[in-house]
Design a protein around this ligand. Structure first.
Ligand code: HEC
Length: 106
């Protein structure tokens, strides 16, 4: 009995429950890697001249992405970056960045 109990405790320790994510937090978008190279995974830009996106308003991010796509913001770099993405994927990315917490500049 003791051995069994010990085995169960070991199993529980080896496979802890996954960290709870708050229900409002979106899951990390599948295509985040495409954007993270410049904007960072949490919207803190890793390159000079690249805007931070963390905590920006969702509607603003959606609009900006549409403007790059339709050319009213004529930035070939951003148009190329979002080129292969579907509307749903862009929306997931905008949501992701909008719920990140902005950090002070280092
Ligand atoms: C090669 C670097 C690079 C990649 C990759 C990239 N971006 Fe950008 N992004 C930029 C730069 C530079 C700007 C500023 C462009 C401008 O002057 O409008 C920008 C601007 C933006 C803006 C507007 C921000 C604002 O404050 O107006 C959004 C939103 C954005 N990017 C989202 C994304 C998303 C989503 C992806 C991934 C699909 C992505 N970017 C990939 C470089 C990049």
């Amino acid at each position: 009995m003791r051995t069994l109990l010990f085995a169960v405790i070991c199993l529980l320790a080896a496979f802890p429950a996954p960290a709870q994510t708050p229900p409002s937090a979106p899951v990390q978008p599948r295509r985040l890697g495409l954007c993270a190279a410049c904007h960072g995974p949490t919207g803190h830009a890793s390159l000079p001249g690249v805007p931070n996106l963390a905590g920006q308003q969702l509607a603003y991010l959606r609009d900006a992405l549409h403007q790059y796509r339709d050319g009213s913001r004529d930035v070939p770099l951003m148009r190329a970056a979002i080129g292969p993405l579907s509307e749903a994927e862009l929306d997931a990315l905008a949501r992701w960045y909008s719920v990140q917490t902005p950090q002070p500049q280092s």
